[in-house]
Design a protein around this ligand. Structure first.
Ligand SMILES: O=C(O)CCC(=O)C(=O)O
Ligand SMILES: [Fe+2]
Length: 274
């Protein structure tokens, strides 16, 4: 029988319809909107350009600053990350225990119409292209991470080249993704698949495959993303740097399953939180 894990290893992505319940989607839709407004106004006050209305992503929606005097809200956000269906899915795909890494929100800018640039996330990790190529060519389809994007409004904003996570670029792909310092990286890509999601549907993808997003002012985009790694391969960086997990009471009210996910997260990364 063809399992979800077989598809994941072969294609580099999976689509799960209605991964989140309508109630959870409705709650996240309004909560993420509120968080986005707060983030923009705080960035504006602090003179930080990343919070401009043209921004297309933000991280760390589980930051306690978004849940002051709202213990129930924080608990609901953490429960959304540790949703049993999400963890079961990741366990199956990794054949191992998932380790939490980060929450993100992708949104449309207010005025720009931007096609995202084609990339593999490996190119940000390995600036030396030979190393990147070795890393991709030794891949067998087994992944150590997943980017799990859950649509909060209808979305066709992700494009992916199926199977590209376990092979290097063809010359045509390379000309688009990397040649001339990325001068052509917004061109149409052969064999790209645009993934259509209804609210609550999820696409999980291996970010070492060829992919891009889309950022059009006239297409509402609100996509919640959970990143997990295989617990055997933690990656410590800006995404995992979440020292607020050590605040007393941060995990209050969670059930045992939810709590274990975050306790494993803290013990994997707290040594780097200074
Ligand atoms: O969702 C998007 O717009 C792009 C996301 C992406 O490239 C990533 O998370 O690696
Ligand atoms: Fe990416």
């Amino acid at each position: 029988m063809n399992t979800l894990r077989d598809d994941w290893q072969r294609e580099g992505y999976v689509v799960i319809r209605q991964l989140y319940s309508p109630e959870r989607v409705a709650w996240l839709r309004s909560t993420c909107e509120r968080i986005l407004q707060q983030w923009r106004s705080e960035c504006l006050q602090a003179g930080k350009p990343e919070g401009s209305t043209e921004a297309t992503s933000m991280r760390h929606l589980n930051h306690p600053a978004y849940f002051q005097n709202d213990a129930n809200g924080l608990r609901e956000m953490l429960a959304s990350i540790a949703d049993p269906d999400v963890l079961t899915l990741c366990r199956e795909l990794f054949d191992s225990e998932p380790l939490f890494r980060c929450t993100s929100l992708f949104m449309n800018p207010e005025t720009q119409q931007l096609e995202g640039d084609w990339h593999r996330d490996s190119q940000f990790l390995y600036s030396d292209e030979r190393q990147e190529r070795e890393r991709i060519e030794e891949a067998t389809g087994v992944s150590t991470h997943i980017q799990l994007q859950i649509a909060l409004v209808p979305s066709e904003d992700i494009e992916y080249v199926p199977g590209s996570h376990r092979r290097w670029d063809t010359p045509e792909e390379y000309a688009i993704r990397r040649a001339n310092a990325g001068a052509n990286n917004r061109s149409a890509m052969p064999h790209a698949l645009r993934i259509a999601l209804e609210p609550g549907d999820a696409v999980g993808f291996n970010a070492y495959g060829l992919h891009r997003g889309r950022y059009h002012a006239n297409r509402l985009r609100r996509t919640f993303m959970l990143t997990f790694t295989d617990c055997r391969t933690p990656v410590s960086d800006y995404f995992s740097n979440q020292p607020w997990f050590q605040k007393p009471g941060y995990l209050a009210g969670l059930n045992q399953g939810e709590r274990s996910l975050f306790e494993a997260f803290v013990s994997a990364y707290e040594k780097d939180w200074g």
